[in-house]
Design a protein. Structure first.
Length: 169
């Protein structure tokens, strides 16, 4: 049923598989009311992604002596992998591997798919209608949250929910 109604109504290809359950949820909610609050955007607005504490901690990590940072990286290699959804040691390994990079590069890698940088689009830029990140602004966390708000939220998450709910409204 989604393939007939939901995909056709989206008006463009959507690469977010969560569009399908969003459409079914909107359809079920329509039977009981006309307004639904989804919660999309809370992570971007309130700092819910693990990337945000990483950006806050990166300046403290960067001032550590290189020998101590190498020791931390070596110690992480001794930690056995976890079977959790997003294991803490995985987040720590990614943090240590990327903490010294510029914040936009770090953010793209931390927020991304986990694919190697050679596969990711190397010329990732802020969309033209947005102000570019300010390299002189020391509040990297604020900039990262604003970037996610203006890109990920606007271009993907809200599109998915809007298309799913408008189709069944």
């Amino acid at each position: 049923e989604w393939a007939v109604h939901g995909l056709r109504a989206s008006g463009e290809p959507l690469g977010d598989p969560a569009a399908i359950p969003a459409w079914y949820l909107a359809r079920a909610a329509r039977e009981h009311g006309s307004v639904v609050l989804s919660g999309e955007g809370a992570d971007e607005l309130f700092g819910g992604y693990p990337t945000y504490p990483g950006h806050a901690a990166a300046p403290m990590y960067q001032v550590l002596p290189a020998s101590l940072r190498r020791s931390i990286a070596g110690a992480l290699d001794l930690v056995p992998p976890s079977s959790g959804r997003v294991p803490f040691e995985y987040l720590l390994r990614r943090f240590v591997a990327l903490a010294d990079r510029p914040w936009t590069e770090r953010h793209r890698a931390w927020f991304g798919t986990g694919l190697p940088a050679t596969i990711l689009q190397p010329d990732w830029r802020v969309p033209a209608d947005l102000a570019p990140p300010d390299p002189d602004d020391p509040d990297v966390l604020r900039q990262a949250m604003l970037l996610d708000y203006e890109t990920e939220l606007r271009e993907r998450l809200l599109v998915k929910v809007d298309r799913a709910t408008m189709r069944v409204a």
